[in-house]
Design a protein around this ligand. Structure first.
Ligand code: ASP
Ligand code: MG
Length: 410
């Protein structure tokens, strides 16, 4: 007998029919003798609808009241799932975040979980109940309802699995696992049987939005065994997120090719090469809440250098404006130029730690296609390049093939 947390996303509980599917799966696991905690999202589209309603009342909804409104989506689905289970002859009980006592801080709309009171859940499980918990929500110490940020039900699932030392946390979604790259772009992409937490974080932060990043971090920190599965497929093992040291045998050198379309590149030219310049350039940018990603500074030759970085495409104009008006003259730079039609492609794999030649293979592959690399950055398990957006698909395809990730080479 195992203790299993199953988290179902919005599409998996998007209609009474689909909820009945969830009920069937839960019943199947229960029949095998397992203890089950089910965490659910709101029906797909519901959270957006609720935010829309709030915005009709207030253009910038009051954060406390917004959480009051958006948390209702999950309250509906937990009740419906429980009813379905009871109808199947199972014992089931639903809980809101506040009823469990998922205690969070008071950062409305992006709260962090501080603690989970496991007493009620444990007692119910011991009495044979399936416990159904609302994702995405909690309560602060003063009793205010809070929410955990968009996609936060993943985090609820993982946090509950961590608090109760569950044997496995299964995340059911509309894809059947984590892929080597986006199958919509590369039909040869294949599902990974396993991926390490670190790789998953790199893939997630690069735009493979299978799991909320915070949930992956949480699972890594508390060593929760996490599996991503399809709620629409009857069978299949999905993708297991593993720890590198437990997974030496299975690991490929490269696990996937991640990409991000929404990049923009900015270069400040003719920057005096002296202490404090990087801070004077990026300080005002970060004060304006613009996130900076890749940063590159050339070696200065004649006392001046170029300084380049990337930002999200939506923030390109804002960043250029700040640099032209607040920074350029102030530091005595020549000019500020930019390109908002760039994309980032990354090769991700823990195998890089122990294998040489990955970078040169990547660069050679791109060179053979005549794709110009504009910027390069590396971490221990990732090499990223910024290229012209129009070559993105080509780059992802050829890299996917070059690193033996295509289906037939599996
Ligand atoms: N319902 C919330 C959202 O749409 C939480 C979730 O789905 O995980 O963001
Ligand atoms: Mg979701």
């Amino acid at each position: 007998m195992a203790l299993i947390v199953q988290k179902y996303g919005g599409t998996s509980v998007g209609s009474p029919e689909r909820i009945k599917n969830v009920v069937r799966r839960v019943a199947k696991y229960k029949a095998l003798g397992h203890q089950l905690i089910v965490v659910v999202s709101a029906m797909s589209g519901e959270t957006n609808r609720l935010i829309g309603l709030a915005k009709e009342m207030q253009a910038q909804p009051d954060p406390r009241e917004l959480d009051m409104v958006v948390s209702t989506g999950e309250q509906v689905t937990v009740g419906l799932v429980s009813m379905g289970l009871i109808q199947e002859g199972l014992k089931a009980k639903s809980y809101t975040g506040a009823q469990v006592k998922i205690i969070t801080d008071s950062a409305f709309t992006k709260a962090r979980i501080l603690s989970i009171d496991e007493q009620n859940i444990r007692a119910d499980l011991a009495n044979g109940y399936v416990v159904v918990v609302a994702g995405f929500q909690g309560v602060d110490k003063e009793g205010n309802i809070t929410t955990l940020g968009r996609g936060g039900s993943d985090t609820t699932g993982v946090a509950i699995a961590a608090a109760l030392h569950a044997d496995e946390c299964q995340i059911y979604t509309d894809v059947d696992g984590v892929y080597t790259t986006d199958p919509r772009m590369v039909p040869e992409a294949r599902r990974l049987k396993t991926i390490t937490f670190e790789e998953m974080l790199e893939m997630a932060s690069l735009g493979s939005k299978v799991l909320q990043i915070r949930a992956v971090e949480f699972a890594g920190k508390y060593r929760v065994k996490l599996r991503v599965l399809s709620s629409f497929a009857e069978e299949g093992d999905g993708t297991l997120i593993t720890f590198e040291e437990d997974d030496k045998m299975e690991q490929a050198i490269i696990s996937g090719i991640a990409f991000n379309r929404d990049e923009a590149k900015i270069t400040v030219r003719g920057v005096p090469d002296k202490p404090g310049i990087a801070y004077q350039i990026l300080g005002p940018v970060s004060e304006a809440n613009v996130d900076v990603d890749m940063i590159i500074q050339n070696v200065g030759v004649d006392g001046s250098t170029d300084f380049s970085f990337t930002v999200h495409r939506n923030e390109f104009d804002k960043a250029i404006d700040i640099l032209k008006n607040k920074v350029q003259n102030h530091i005595g730079a020549q000019n500020v130029v930019g390109d908002n039609k760039t994309a980032k492609v990354s090769v991700v794999g823990v195998g890089m730690r122990s294998h040489v030649g990955i970078a040169s293979k990547m660069f050679r592959t791109l060179a053979e296609e005549g794709i110009n690399i504009q910027m390069i950055s590396t971490s221990e398990i990732k090499i990223s390049v910024v290229i012209d957006e129009k070559y993105l698909e080509l780059a992802v395809r050829v890299l996917h093939k070059a690193f033996d990730l295509d289906l037939e080479s599996a």
